[in-house]
Design a protein around this ligand. Structure first.
Ligand code: SD4
Length: 341
C-alpha cells in the first residue's frame, strides 16, 4: 500500500472532494469485502441481471455502482446514474488512474479524458483537460449545452470554467513523488493491471429500459504531453446504441482505438452475439492484430437491452463490479484470452 493511501486511511478524511458520500475507510472496506466475493470462472452470461443493472470496470466499480444504484433504485435515469457513479473514482485521491490524484504525464501535469453517452445517441467528451476534478460532468455539459461532441485542452478548460467548474490542483503529493521517481530513468512502459486500478468505465440500464455509459481516466501514467487515449473517444472507450446495448473499454488506449473496441462490441451484439461473446471477439481481434499482445492489457465489458452482461480481457487480472435488482454488488473475474504460442 502506498504511503499516501495509508495516510489517507488513517486520517479517514470524510467525503471524497465534496461528494460527501464515502469516507476513504468506507471505500477500502467496501473494496475488500467485494474482493472476497470474487467469483472465479463464473460466466457472466449465466448471472441473472434484472433491470436496473449497473456494471463498471475494476474494484473501484464497487463504490461507483453503489452510488449509481441510489439513482437507479429510485427510478432515476441511467444517465444520472453513470455520471454520479464514476464521480466517486474521479474524486478519490488514492485512485491514481482517474481524476484527482491521477498519475501525471511526463511533464508532471495531470491531464484527464472522459466521455458520456445517453440512450438518445447523444454524447459529450473532453480530452487533455487539466485542473478540473470531474471531467465526466464537463463532458455531460458538452453534450447538453453545446452543438459539439468533443472539447479538448484549453478550450475544454475554458468551457468548464464558464459552466462554473472550479480549478483545482489535481497532482497529489503521492502522484508527484511517483512521477519524480519515474523521472530518474524516464522509461515509458505501460504496466499491466497496476494495483488493480485503471480507467473507470460504467454502463447502466435503468427501470425504463434505457442504457447510458460513462468513461473517465487520467490516462496512461507518464504519457507524452498531449497524448489522448481511448477513454474520451466515442466508439473506442465507450459506445452504445439503446436499441442494442453498450460497451466500455479499459487498458492500453492505443490498442482500443486501433480496434474501435466499444463500437465493434455493440455491433456484434446487434448481430446476435451475447455480450460475453462480443467482448471475447473484440479481445481476440486485438490479440490477433497487435504486434505485442503479450505486453499489453485491454479489458472490455458490455451490456445488452435484456440486462445480460459480459466482460473479457487479454490477460488475467481484469475484473468488473456488477449490481442489479437480483445481483448483489460484487466482482466478476473476466476470462482472459491470450495464450503463449
Ligand atoms: C488510456 N484506457 O488512456 C486509458 C487508461 C490507460 O493504460 O491509461 N490505460 O489509454
Amino acid at each position: 500500500m502506498s504511503q499516501s493511501r495509508k495516510e489517507f486511511l488513517k486520517t479517514g478524511v470524510a467525503g471524497l472532494a465534496g461528494m460527501g458520500t464515502f469516507t476513504a475507510t468506507q471505500v477500502a472496506a467496501k473494496e475488500s469485502s467485494a474482493a472476497k466475493k470474487i467469483s472465479n470462472g463464473l460466466s457472466s452470461d449465466k448471472i441473472n441481471t434484472v433491470k436496473p443493472v449497473v456494471l463498471s470496470t475494476w474494484i473501484h466499480g464497487i463504490v461507483a455502482n453503489e452510488e449509481a444504484w441510489k439513482v437507479l433504485e429510485n427510478g432515476g435515469t441511467s444517465l444520472d446514474a453513470v455520471e454520479l457513479g464514476v464521480k466517486t473514482a474521479e474524486a478519490d485521491p488514492t485512485n491514481q488512474s482517474v481524476g484527482l490524484g491521477g498519475f501525471p504525464d511526463r511533464e508532471g501535469r495531470v491531464t484527464l479524458d472522459a466521455c458520456i453517452m445517453n440512450h438518445e445517441q447523444q454524447c459529450g467528451s473532453v480530452a487533455f483537460l487539466e485542473h478540473i476534478v470531474h471531467p465526466i460532468s464537463v463532458a455531460r455539459k458538452v453534450m447538453e449545452e453545446t452543438p459539439h461532441v468533443m472539447l479538448v485542452g484549453n478550450g475544454a478548460l475554458q468551457f468548464a470554467e464558464q459552466q462554473g467548474f472550479k480549478r483545482q490542483n489535481l497532482l497529489t503529493e503521492a502522484s508527484e513523488n511517483a512521477w519524480r521517481k519515474w523521472l530518474e530513468d524516464s522509461k515509458y512502459a505501460p504496466v499491466i493491471n497496476v494495483e488493480n486500478h485503471d480507467t473507470i468505465g460504467m454502463l447502466a440500464l435503468d427501470d425504463s429500459g434505457n442504457i447510458s455509459g460513462a468513461c473517465t481516466t487520467s490516462g496512461a501514467a507518464y504519457k507524452m504531453h498531449g497524448r489522448v487515449g481511448d477513454s474520451p473517444i466515442i466508439g473506442a472507450g465507450l459506445y452504445l446504441d439503446n436499441e442494442v446495448g453498450g460497451a466500455v473499454a479499459t487498458g492500453l488506449g492505443e490498442a482500443v482505438i486501433r480496434s474501435a473496441g466499444a463500437s465493434v462490441a455493440v455491433e456484434l451484439i446487434r448481430q446476435g452475439y451475447t455480450p460475453q461473446q462480443a467482448c471475447d471477439e473484440v479481445i481476440a481481434r486485438i490479440i490477433s492484430k497487435e504486434k505485442e499482445p503479450k505486453s499489453l492489457q485491454v479489458g472490455v465489458i458490455a451490456l445488452n437491452k435484456q440486462g445480460v452482461v459480459g466482460g473479457s480481457a487479454i490477460h488475467p487480472g481484469f475484473n468488473y463490479a456488477l449490481l442489479s435488482k437480483e445481483q448483489e454488488n460484487g466482482m466478476i473475474d473476466a476470462p482472459h484470452l491470450f495464450k503463449e504460442e
